[in-house]
Design a protein around this ligand. Structure first.
Ligand SMILES: Nc1ncnc2c1ncn2[C@@H]1O[C@H](COP(=O)(O)OP(=O)(O)OP(=O)(O)O)[C@@H](O)[C@H]1O
Length: 741
């Protein structure tokens, strides 16, 4: 058990009612006694201004953190660079440095000071713009589906209705091999994200059924059982399958996923179907409890496909998959009815990455599989690289500045999009964060501002409306052209489905708009959403494979795409060396201040924006007056103060911020052990990180106490076995609630 676990065990989430923190702010705890005394004196107004000046620029809450790693300043101090002290209901937000503070004051640490130094000065994996790039997952130029053995009716349907003319490289390899296989081999289809793996198994299966030249209809039974880890992915495969076989009206697919009514699924199974697609739990449930499904499979089943099979195993579905496979293996195959189908069950696994899950599958289903692969990393036959045409970007951002840098990133993408006169186009951006609570916070922070929004689908899709000034590029006088979405596993199935459908749709509501979806990894695997221009990894992935899947939501099927990974200064910077082999085309290393914040916040005027503002209050002025060079960071600071004021004044948002922060830290502790050297909760500066959730201090209710903290009461000793089981149960619960199968 790692050290972070002992920290985690001390978490308490019994967060008090929002609004309590003002009282708490006057209580000085933690840190060295000297610091506490100085702080107490300050709050009592007993400390002279000379002393106060000496302290200004440091994060007061930070002092309670044992490690103050931030002795070196990476950014210059400016007018807003000093600690700002603000009363929660204060009228003015200006720096009150040098003035006596009332007892209910909160210390607001500045954004640009006391940040940990960024040590990476040189990009060691430069993206060379001058090199001409051929999209690595695009359709091939010369090959044809017909020459691969795909049935004629499917070929013309592909060309005319689906506008798919030429196969991709993995389709060229997989289709003939699967069709020629009479049941001798199992297959592992392993190719880059967005390279068309779904068609590479659906086309040979359907073609084999059509090429039998035997009469088939829905009563003939199911030929294939396709299992996917998320409901969204299962639904997507069902859609692709339905579109593909719409040229053969007598073939019928059936979708079995959790969250849907079992009764109607049973009714569909009773009517008969030829392709069953679903999530593992629901498929097993029907196999165990719905008699008719076994009848459906008894004569016809020849293919079991585990799409994103490694993820299925990784998520702990080993037992469910084993049970499904055991039940299916017990159904005898009758080759007489369909002699042209393989004489034994063919298992297929499909993924862009190979994790330990695949090895686990070897014992269950893939005993002797043939690897069909492309786009692999050098020196390895089983690790794919990111698509060549993907423009990867990385930025190293101090924790306090993460939220404002995210806002600036989204702002810059929107600004470019609007400048391109996108009347009939829709642009999509996906922002990945580590947990559902963090999605909820970011969704509300970016979409709930001052009432200028409209709910479009339940409460998970919001259109920003005229007057909204959330992003610096919004003047307030024009429509913002932005729709914000949230997606995570703790939403109802209905909300998940409608949100995703809305996000994927091109219609009057989405035309000319920038659609931004905050989500967890529930959207990282397999989802094929149109025109996703950018993927932002605000929180780094839990494993490098997740990184490849996340960035793979863009740059699909030969299209262009960009992704941006946020890292923290310090140990996380070394993560770049670790992922370098997966990015043979290099990346751009962006300076978060000059290349993200400055373009967003210069030449704009970000005003104070909260309901406590007095009519005669003037926007805070930079001490450097009209010096443009300095204005952008004043604006960035004002933007952040606006968010902080909203968090202070809006109990709902405050609740979301505290929960988001706590869950974020917990999630951080679940990075896989090989990657803990980059992502260890011990390295986090919690006071600074709290700022990225709009909080002015680390929530006290969190009860986070390191076991090394002498002040803390030690929890009762627990034997290691019980601790292990408890941690395992906790992790299992987290996964279940996240993915909600
Ligand atoms: N031969 C083709 N020509 C043009 N487009 C194609 C072709 N094959 C598939 N596509 C399109 O490419 C996109 C990606 O396909 P698909 O979702 O199957 O990729 P994938 O390899 O499964 O990706 P992931 O690993 O992310 O799941 C889809 O929009 C699909 O319609």
């Amino acid at each position: 058990m790692s050290d972070d676990d002992s920290m985690l065990l001390n978490f308490s989430t019994n967060y008090d009612a929002p609004g309590d923190s003002f009282k708490q702010a006057t209580k000085v705890t933690g840190g060295r006694w000297k610091d506490r005394r100085r702080m107490k004196m300050k709050l009592d107004g007993k400390l002279g201004s000379r002393k106060r000046r000496a302290d200004a620029g440091g994060d007061q809450t930070m002092k309670s953190e044992k490690e103050d790693r931030s002795s070196k300043k990476t950014h210059r101090d400016n007018a807003n660079g000093s600690a700002v002290q603000e009363r929660p209901n204060a009228i003015k937000g200006q720096n009150t440095q040098g003035r006596m503070l009332p007892a209910d004051s909160q210390f607001v640490s500045s954004l640009f000071t006391s940040n940990r130094e960024i040590t990476t000065a040189v990009n060691t994996n430069i993206h060379d713009e001058s090199v001409a790039i051929n999209p690595s997952n695009a359709p091939l130029k010369s090959d044809l589906f017909a020459s691969l053995g795909v049935s004629d009716v499917l070929v013309s349907h592909l060309e005319q209705k689906m506008r798919i003319q030429k196969p991709t490289s993995i389709q060229k390899q997989a289709i003939p091999q699967i069709m020629a296989n009479a049941g001798k081999n199992d297959f592992f289809i392993h190719a880059q994200t967005g390279s068309g793996k779904t068609l590479s198994y659906l086309l040979p299966i359907i073609s084999t059924v059509l090429n039998m030249e035997t009469h088939v209809d829905r009563s003939s039974g199911a030929f294939a059982l396709i299992v996917a880890p998320t409901r969204e992915l299962a639904s997507q495969i069902y859609q692709v399958c339905s579109t593909l076989i719409s040229c053969c009206h007598y073939l019928v697919p059936c979708l079995l996923i959790g969250g849907e009514r079992k009764k109607s699924e049973k009714a569909r199974l009773r009517k008969g179907c030829n392709f069953i697609i679903g999530t593992p739990g629901r498929i097993l449930d029907h196999l165990q409890n719905t008699k008719v499904i076994k009848e459906q499979l008894s004569q016809s089943l020849r293919y079991i496909v585990l799409d994103e099979g490694d993820k299925l195993m990784e998520l702990g579905f080993d037992e469910t998959i084993s049970n499904i496979i055991n039940i299916v293996h017990d159904i005898p195959i009758n080759s007489e009815k369909f002699p042209k189908l393989p004489h034994k069950l063919v298992h297929m696994l499909c993924s862009a990455t190979l994790t330990d899950g695949v090895n686990k599958l070897r014992n269950v289903a893939l005993k002797d599989y043939k690897l069909i692969s492309n786009g692999t990393k050098k020196d390895s036959d089983a690790v794919t690289v990111a698509p060549d045409q993907l423009l990867q970007r990385i930025t190293i951002v101090p924790p306090k500045l993460r939220l404002v840098t995210l806002a600036a990133t989204l702002n810059n993408i929107t600004k470019d999009f609007v400048a391109s006169d996108p009347q009939s186009k829709t642009l999509r951006t996906i922002v990945f964060v580590s947990c559902s609570d963090s999605v909820e916070f970011h969704y509300d922070a970016f979409s709930g501002s001052d009432g200028h929004h409209k709910n479009l689908t339940g409460d998970s899709v919001r259109l920003l409306t005229k007057g909204n000034t959330m992003f610096p590029c919004f003047s307030g006088s024009e429509d913002p052209n932005m729709v914000i979405y949230k997606l995570h596993g703790s939403l109802s199935q209905q909300a998940r489905t409608s949100t995703l459908q809305h996000f994927a749709r091109d219609n009057e509501t989405t035309k000319g708009k920038h659609l931004i979806m905050f989500c967890t990894d529930v959207a990282s695997r397999g989802l094929d959403l149109p025109q996703v221009g950018s993927v932002i990894e605000l929180d780094p992935p839990f494993a490098v494979e997740d990184h490849l899947h996340r960035v793979g939501r863009t740059a699909r099927a030969g299209e262009k795409g960009e992704s941006l990974l946020f890292l923290l200064p310090g140990e996380e910077e070394k993560y770049m060396d670790y992922i370098q082999p997966y990015h043979p085309m290099g990346w751009e290393l962006l300076q978060f201040d000059k290349e993200i914040l400055m373009p967003a916040f210069k030449d704009v005027n970000v005003n104070r924006n909260d309901k406590f503002i007095r009519k005669d209050d003037k926007p805070s002025k930079n001490k450097d007056g009209d010096d443009k060079e300095y204005e952008w960071d004043t604006n960035a600071t004002t933007w952040h103060l606006n968010i902080e004021r909203r968090v202070v004044g809006d109990s709902t948002l405050k609740n979301l911020a505290v929960k988001g922060f706590i869950s974020h830290v917990r999630a951080y502790a679940t990075h896989i052990s090989q990657e803990k050297k980059f992502f260890n909760v011990k390295f986090l500066h919690l006071g600074h990180l709290a700022k990225s959730f709009g909080l002015r201090e680390r929530p006290k209710a969190m009860g986070l106490q390191s076991s090394k903290d002498g002040n803390s009461e030690k929890p009762a000793k627990e034997n290691s076995k019980n601790k292990m089981f408890r941690m395992a149960r906790m992790a299992e619960k987290q996964i279940a609630s996240e993915f909600n199968y």
